[in-house]
Design a protein around this ligand. Structure first.
Ligand SMILES: Cc1cc2nc3c(=O)[nH]c(=O)nc-3n(C[C@H](O)[C@H](O)[C@H](O)COP(=O)(O)O)c2cc1C
Length: 335
């Protein structure tokens, strides 16, 4: 009955589930709870961007894992895009701390793969299409995170029941983690049925007791349905899924003509992208604080299935139990 596979041995976890990295959301309490529950808990390095913070959290997680002999593990998400000015500094810190697991997003994982492999760590890459997956595979990544339609944050353009089989056909030996729209045992089973070896779950954990964001953001996750999620390029220049708050509606979902011209201009685009991302990060940061009416709340379509704010431990145990129940039910009903 149990779902123990290559992902579990790569990630050194009991169950092949990743608590997905979430900008401004993932914190130490969530990581510790994920590790205690036997899964892979990850966070974006950018959540600890002030001097000394990244060193401190990495020390804390390593100590907890070793002292308490936690059955899960921890990993870091690096935005490997050139516009992330902290990328090299953060990679150096992570390598120095021998972080066991990396998720790369939005660029080439070359340096991360080289440096992580030098001490035996694993690198899984966020992919939304086959072209990017080919580049990551050629650079020696250990696994893919197939980010499909409906995911929170930078969602992919393809549904994962098409993306995952296609990845499997092209790269039969590379493990695939399904990401996007997973917040129930049945959606986990669906991902396994189309070829996934594990799951990466973000939005569900925003509505957790441990998440550091305001109660109004958490309440919006519980109260929203799938029709309330829209894509916008206003935050980072790359399509990002958010809750359709009155403020999101007010500012619109697309860059204006001037912004589009700047993001295509050969000599200016790098600086403009950098500027847009810093501005976008600031707007998101303001939004997670209570009482701000300029709300830009990142979330995926799985809000449809989220009805309660619970502890991370309860969320994880419920999802794992639901997965096995759904599998049992399917076997009894159809086979
Ligand atoms: C609030 C929020 C912030 C996110 N921040 C990041 C990030 O910093 N880096 C990243 O690679 N992905 C980020 N993501 C995407 C998640 O890592 C993951 O791919 C996604 O949440 C999975 O889809 P789901 O939300 O439907 O579970 C974010 C998602 C959300 C909801």
């Amino acid at each position: 009955m149990s779902l123990v596979n290559k992902v579990c041995s790569d990630l050194k976890v009991e169950f092949p589930m990743i608590m997905a990295p979430m900008f401004l959301v993932s914190n130490a309490a969530m990581m510790e709870s994920g590790m205690r529950s036997g899964i892979m808990a990850t966070f974006p390095s950018l959540n600890f961007r002030h001097e000394g913070e990244l060193d401190a959290i990495l020390n804390q997680l390593k100590t907890s894992k070793e002292k308490e002999k936690l059955k899960g593990n921890y990993g870091i998400n690096l935005i490997v895009q050139k516009t992330n000015i902290l990328y090299r500094k953060h990679l150096d810190i992570c390598v120095r701390h021998k972080v066991p697991f990396y998720i790369t997003s939005l660029g080439s994982p070359k340096e991360v793969v080289e440096q992580a492999h030098a001490y035996g760590a694993k690198v899984y890459c966020d992919v939304t299409n086959i072209t990017h997956a080919k580049k990551c595979a050629a650079l020696g990544c250990d696994g893919f995170i197939a980010v499909g339609q409906g995911a929170g944050g930078h969602a992919g353009p393809h549904p994962f029941h098409i993306l995952i089989p296609s990845l499997q056909k092209n790269f039969p030996h590379i493990p695939i983690i399904a990401a996007g729209g997973i917040a129930s045992g049945t959606s986990m089973l669906g991902a396994i049925a189309v070829g996934a070896h594990g799951f990466s779950i973000g939005t569900r954990f925003i509505a957790s007791n441990e998440a550091p964001c305001g109660q109004d953001y958490k309440a919006a996750i519980v109260q929203s349905g799938m029709d309330d999620i829209v894509m916008t390029t206003r935050i980072s220049g790359v399509p990002c899924s958010i809750i359709n708050t009155p403020y999101a509606q007010k500012i619109g979902y697309e860059q204006n003509l001037f912004e589009k011209l700047l993001s295509k201009n050969k000599s200016l685009k790098k600086y403009y992208k950098m500027f847009t991302q810093i501005k976008g990060m600031k707007s998101l940061e303001d939004s997670v604080h209570p009482g701000n009416y300029k709300t830009l709340w990142c979330a995926g379509k799985s809000v449809e299935m989220i009805h309660e704010i619970e502890s991370c431990e309860t969320i994880i145990n419920t999802l794992i139990n639901e997965y096995y129940e759904a599998k049992q039910k399917l076997q009894e009903t159809w086979i």
